[in-house]
Write a protein that binds this ligand. Structure first.
Ligand code: HEM
Length: 185
């Protein structure tokens, strides 16, 4: 990927990053709460409303990730600090690729999970993503655990991503976190 002369991501890339970070964390927390702390037997329709909220927020990621990938491939990115070893740089690239994979895989498996269970995939309580599959127990059997295990892996990746950003900022004292928060003159 082409690297920028500028030490900062473009303003659009920064907005996309932080808006998606907020949506991802909120959707994650709601999904985790519903999946691990609510049951249909005890919480009844409240659980249904919480899952509906999870879906209405999480589906937005699908639209934003498409724009983000397009932007990533059409705009240069700041280069990583020279102080990082080649191994750490490729580790960072692999981590970022894995995060992009999660941003695609989680909403896709989430939609397949809902459709195969016979439910819709609504977006911001405004419209539904057209159903691509009919209710299907065989598919549900695969995509339900897939969505859940992927979400756990994504949680670990996200924690690693945040810790790495904080290490760059507070320990290495380099420009990596600032490249996502500031603009040059
Ligand atoms: C970036 C997007 C998404 C993230 C981060 C995410 C995350 C999660 C998490 C953490 C859980 C709980 C897993 C567990 O039980 O431990 C979950 C459950 C679930 N997700 Fe998602 N999800 C996303 C997208 C979607 C989408 C787009 C849909 C459907 C349109 C969806 C439908 C569901 C459903 C139905 C559950 C089960 C909830 C329950 O059993 O109470 N998810 N998700």
């Amino acid at each position: 990927m082409e690297q920028s002369q500028s030490p900062y991501y473009t303003r659009t890339a920064q907005w996309l990053h932080w808006i998606m970070a907020i949506i991802f964390i909120v959707a994650y927390a709601i999904g985790f709460y519903s999946g691990n702390f609510l049951s249909y037997e005890v919480d009844g329709s409240f659980k249904g409303s919480v899952i509906t909220l999870h879906k209405n927020i999480a589906t937005v990621i699908i639209f934003l990730v498409i724009i983000r990938i397009f932007w990533r491939y059409t705009h240069p990115v700041p280069k990583l600090p020279d102080s990082m070893s080649p191994m750490m740089k490729s580790f960072a690239h692999m981590g970022h690729l894995a995060l992009y994979f999660m941003l695609l895989a989680l909403p896709i498996t989430g939609c397949l999970f809902s459709w195969s269970a016979g439910h819709p995939a609504p977006v911001l309580y405004l419209f539904e993503i057209p159903r691509l599959v009919e209710a299907n127990d065989d598919l549900l059997y695969i995509v339900k655990p897939l969505h859940i295990y992927l979400s756990w892996a994504a949680g670990l990746l996200l924690i690693g991503h945040i810790l790495a950003a904080l290490k760059h900022h507070f320990i290495d004292k380099d420009n990596v976190l600032r490249s996502m928060t500031r603009q040059g003159k």
